[in-house]
Design a protein around this ligand. Structure first.
Ligand code: FAD
Length: 549
């Protein structure tokens, strides 16, 4: 099978144009091609008004070896890689003699770690602090509709993790030589995602389907002998010194908030970036961790039709293209980088706090992406030097986030409404007293105000410079009535838990920090991939221990 990339066709091409383009590209008669499948389809909208599709295809064709030789110098013709997933191990037929592996957190990292361990026959136990996804949905709506936060079951915590109420974008720029991303997408399709996620360059699922997919995956893990326990928060680690390695500790298990102890010598920490109490507990317990950079800013909302026009010109609204997205970066004169984050075409801005007395924004959409507004985080990079507090304190980034979130809560009126400002007012340096034609989608509501005190001065200066600069790429981006809502602080984890080549914590044997919270992923797909990598490393270690190795 050959893979051909960079086949470009107009968006209104007839179906037969693709096989014809393949034959032309390979310089073979059409009858030599026995079969082809689309591996990837992307939209190239770099030339406004003239978008095109770019395909990567896998082709079965006569004389493949000869063609490979003929195109040896062509980077766009190669042998299609084998992307089949192969398990690295299987549980012994009689089951395990040692305690079962334990996973803390049932977001994408925990789900994929649990699924792959279950598929290997290792019967994992999962503990998740939040509620099962249907009840969790009610709790989340409690904040969005009734201004009531449940600190244990919300947008960040509960079955499915942080990405459940999201746009469900499924792409990532991670290096993935073993094609684990393909395993993630394939399992999502088995669980009910549309098959197009396997081919689209920028696939997304939307919130509605994610909810039922998460349940389906839970049922598969249980059917394979796994166990998933909701509303159980890990409150402590059970550790002992490792006699073989001075200075190292070894895990015996965990203690839940209820006081119950669960024995396990292999524990995956798939906590996400918002488990602040758990991070503090781990720091107290001596688990290695360090502060890391992340970004803070606001959500910006424009009419989706404005973004479509700016990106697609006369093709705006063409259903073959869908709602347009954007990705923007600006290097500000004060040395900061401002960029768009988690852009949600045709979506809504959501209240995403997990902590009382805090306001945090994020974005989500449904599969159809047909809400009136486009939204994206517009964020500025921050590093540990900005956090304040004790030098070297790994939790300093959390304190920094918390200060901004508490300030946003106050500016919003202290009832979980968010502070908001018209872009025109923000750029002119005057408070907004009312909003204009762009109606903000944030629920439970927004309060027009002055956002200039919601972030440090250098962040405000960088944003004031970036928004007009983005106008050059997206005409209308600095529309005076566009709305900024604050604050966007949970862009990635404020800390990292370093791990070795075996993916275990550098100072606690048996502890596998993973996913976004440990600083090893940024998004659903990469968190799922990290979960698979951890499941593999853990299985090999556990089975070696089982065999007395
Ligand atoms: P999480 O998904 O955060 O899961 C961690 C889980 O651990 C949580 O369920 C939590 O309850 C549990 N937990 C924490 N502490 C404990 C404890 N002590 N005991 C037991 N359980 C515990 N990414 C994308 O790729 N595409 C998107 O479109 C997208 N949109 C997003 C929209 C929103 C509103 C949000 C909030 C995030 C979005 N993200 C998106 C980011 C994405 O959701 C995360 O990157 C991803 O979920 C990280 O996965 P994870 O498994 O590492 O952690």
């Amino acid at each position: 099978m050959l893979r051909i990339t960079e086949l470009r066709l107009p968006i209104d091409h007839p179906p037969e144009a693709l096989p014809a383009a393949i034959a032309t590209r390979l310089k073979v008669p059409g009858k030599d091609i026995s079969r082809f499948t689309i591996f990837r389809q992307s939209v190239d909208a770099r030339r406004v008004g003239a978008p095109s599709f770019i395909y990567a295809v896998d082709v079965e064709v006569k004389r493949e070896a000869e063609l490979l030789q003929r195109f040896a110098a062509d980077p766009h013709v190669s042998a299609a890689p084998d992307m089949t997933y192969r398990f690295v191990a299987q549980a012994p037929a009689g089951g395990l003699k040692t305690p079962r592996p334990l996973i803390v957190g049932f977001g994408p990292c925990g789900i994929f770690a649990a699924l792959v361990l279950a598929q290997m026959g290792l019967r994992p136990i999962v503990v998740e602090r939040g509620r099962a996804v249907r009840e969790r949905t009610q709790d989340t709506w409690g904040l969005w509709r009734k201004n009531t936060l449940n600190p244990e079951s919300n947008v960040q915590f509960g079955e499915g993790g942080a990405g459940t109420f999201s746009d469900g974008k499924l792409y990532s720029q991670i290096r993935d030589p073993q094609h684990h991303g393909r395993k993630v997408l394939t399992e999502f399709v088995k669980a009910g995602a549309p098959a197009e996620i396997l081919t689209l360059a920028k696939p997304h699922i939307g919130t509605f389907r994610l909810v039922s997919m998460v349940e389906t995956m839970r049922h598969e893990i249980e059917a394979l002998g796994g166990e998933i326990r909701f509303e159980q928060r890990v409150a402590d680690l059970l550790l002992q010194d490792d006699p073989a390695q001075p200075g190292m500790r070894r895990l015996r298990g965990v203690r839940l908030a209820s006081g119950e102890e669960i024995e396990s010598h292999h524990v995956v920490l798939a906590l996400g970036h918002s488990a602040r109490d758990t991070f503090a507990m781990l720091h107290e317990a001596g688990v290695a961790m360090e502060a890391k950079p992340f970004s803070v800013g606001f959500r910006i909302e424009h009419p989706q039709s404005l973004i479509d026009r700016a990106r697609y010109g006369r093709h705006a609204g063409d259903t073959r293209l869908g709602a347009a997205d954007y990705k923007l970066v600006h290097h500000a004169s004060n040395g900061r980088t401002v960029y768009s984050f988690c852009m949600c075409p045709g979506g809504t801005v959501v209240a995403a706090t997990s902590e009382p007395g805090c306001v945090v924004t994020n974005g989500m959409s449904q599969y159809s992406r047909n809400e009136r507004n486009a939204n994206a985080g517009i964020v500025v990079n921050v590093s540990p030097a900005d956090f304040g507090g004790e030098p070297g304190d790994p939790l300093a980034g959390i304190a920094f986030q918390r200060r901004l979130e508490a300030r946003a809560f106050e500016l919003g009126g202290g009832n979980y409404e968010a502070p908001a400002q018209r872009v025109g007012d923000f750029l002119a340096g005057r408070p907004s007293t009312q909003l204009g034609e762009v109606v903000p989608s944030y629920k439970p509501g927004v309060r027009p105000t002055d956002l200039s005190t919601a972030l440090p001065d250098w962040a405000i200066a960088a944003l004031r410079e970036a928004i007009p600069a983005f106008e050059k790429q997206i005409k209308g981006f600095s529309l005076p009535d566009a709305v900024l809502t604050g604050v966007e602080t949970r862009t990635s984890s404020p800390l990292r838990m370093p791990r070795g080549d075996d993916l275990q914590s550098v100072n606690v044997r048996g502890l596998y920090p993973g996913g976004e919270g440990a600083g090893y992923a940024g998004g659903i797909l990469s968190a799922g991939v990290d979960g698979i990598r951890i499941a593999e490393a853990l299985a090999l270690d556990l089975l070696a221990a089982e065999a007395g190795g």
